[in-house]
Design a protein around this ligand. Structure first.
Ligand code: ZN
Length: 455
């Protein structure tokens, strides 16, 4: 199928809505960016996650830019992190994207008749779903035990991450200490690059570098990558430096810790690169945490009420709620009173909620979703099993929680869990509805364990 898009000729050969001169292509929309001249672009889906574009300049002499918006959710969603664009000679093209909108590509092209390919590349297994939920449950008749990997750490029903952007001084003076009062872990997205000559932007981070280092050392909060300077990048080299320099600065403050961290490219920034985002994520052990977060600035209105509603929905559905703040204090993005009021809501849901850093939650989720539980053997009083996560345990180092239940009573003092080396693993009683629940944590690496039930 082939589609002619643009002005004056728009021929839609598939069903689907036209969006501002663009045409629907399996959820993809293609158009010429801010253009009202004679040139046009045609688009065709050649294979899954492979789109062919052809430019027809007609009388046009000036430069053009093709805008491609990929579907972000649902069954037709593209893996935007893996997408690149190549010309007809196979050369990677420079593509511009907004920091928090990686699925929308703007591709500058000359006004010449030429073809381009937009495609997802890289190892497909990375994009494949892990084993199904049923692979993480053992139902054993001999012991009567049901053993499973908890959806979230410690068997909590939902996860909450609280993010702070732009290394603002009020993060050190207000956000971090107030979170500490509540026992909550925050995720601080910092811009650790030094002030640049000619830039009007002060480096809030450099002015308080020793305080940030102290916060990192204390370890009860998490630092994350908001890029070195919060200004985007023109070209591969700059993008490499903006992500790489910030990652290295954070690693230097957290020696010996997992190098995995959240990356947020920043609102209002534009990034030009020939490479996939995956290239940068993999090279610097980052995961993309740019989008899918709720802003908590007071200017959005009724933040506390909205937060309460969202939190209740996420607890009900067992999901990860991500919220983010900018500056905390009177006359700033969020007043201290509103900040505290939201934390009070989270505190009221504490037993159902895992409040954690974004990297912790990502590690748990990825490790769990990749893992299988296998029954190795069982008798009336003993069960042996293996857990096998597929993640790199040096990066994905957050423990996984296993839960066991059995019809009727299950007394923690009568259950002994041992690792493969015979070391006892502490077991704790949980508050399951109805049947008793026992929980224990294991390292996120392939290993065997035994469970003994004393009569
Ligand atoms: Zn920002």
């Amino acid at each position: 199928m082939s589609l002619r898009v643009g002005i004056p000729v728009v021929v839609a050969l598939t069903a689907g809505p036209c969006v501002s001169g663009g045409v629907d292509l399996g959820g993809v929309t293609v158009s010429l960016e801010a253009y009202h001249g004679p040139a046009s672009v045609t688009a065709e889906i050649e294979a899954p996650f492979r789109l062919r574009l052809a430019v027809h300049p007609a009388e046009e002499k000036g430069a053009l830019a093709i805008r491609v918006a990929l579907p972000k959710t649902g069954p037709r969603a593209w893996p935007a992190e893996d997408v690149e664009v190549r010309d007809s000679r196979g050369e990677a093209m420079m593509v511009r994207r907004a920091g928090i909108e990686w699925s929308t590509l703007v591709i500058p092209v000359p006004a010449t008749a030429a073809a381009y390919v937009v495609q997802a590349v890289g190892p497909a297994p990375k994009r494949a779903p892990g084993p199904p939920d049923s692979a993480r449950v053992i139902m054993d008749d001999a012991t009567g035990l049901r053993l499973g990997i908890a959806r979230w750490y410690d068997g909590r029903k939902a996860a909450l991450s609280i993010r702070f952007d732009d290394s603002h001084p009020t993060h050190l003076t207000a956000a971090a200490p107030i979170l500490r009062e509540y026992g909550f872990r925050g995720t601080f997205m910092v811009n650790p690059g030094a002030a640049e000559p000619g830039s009007r932007r002060r480096s809030n981070f450099a002015e308080r570098a020793s305080e940030w280092a102290a916060l990192a050392q204390q370890g009860d909060h998490e630092l994350a990558n908001h890029t070195a300077h919060h200004r985007g990048a023109k070209g591969d080299e700059e993008m490499e430096a903006e992500i790489g320099d910030a990652a290295r600065a954070i690693w230097a403050m957290t020696p010996g810790k997992s190098k995995l961290m959240a990356l947020n490219l920043g609102g209002g920034t534009f990034w030009e690169t020939t490479r996939t985002l995956r290239y940068y994520l993999d090279k610097y052990h980052q995961f993309d945490a740019s989008g899918n977060s709720t802003g908590m600035d007071d200017s959005y209105g009724d933040r506390v009420g909205n937060f309460r509603r969202m939190l209740e929905q996420h607890v009900e559905r067992g999901l990860w709620l991500r919220v983010h703040y900018h500056y905390i204090g009177e006359g700033l993005s969020s007043s201290e009173a509103n900040f505290r009021a939201a934390l009070d809501v989270a505190k009221a849901h504490r037993s159902a909620l895992w409040v954690a850093g974004m990297a912790d939650i990502h590690k748990y989720q990825t490790g769990r979703d990749s893992a299988r539980l296998t029954l190795l053997g069982s008798s009336a009083t003993r069960l042996e099993f293996r857990i096998a996560p597929q993640t790199d345990h040096e990066l994905y180092d957050h423990p996984l929680t296993l839960e066991m239940t059995r019809a009727g009573a299950l007394d923690a003092t009568r259950v002994a869990v041992k690792d493969a080396g015979g070391q006892a693993v502490p077991v704790r009683a949980g508050d399951g509805a109805g049947d008793a629940v026992l929980r224990f944590d294991v390292a996120p690496r392939e290993s065997a364990y035994s469970i003994e039930i004393k009569p």
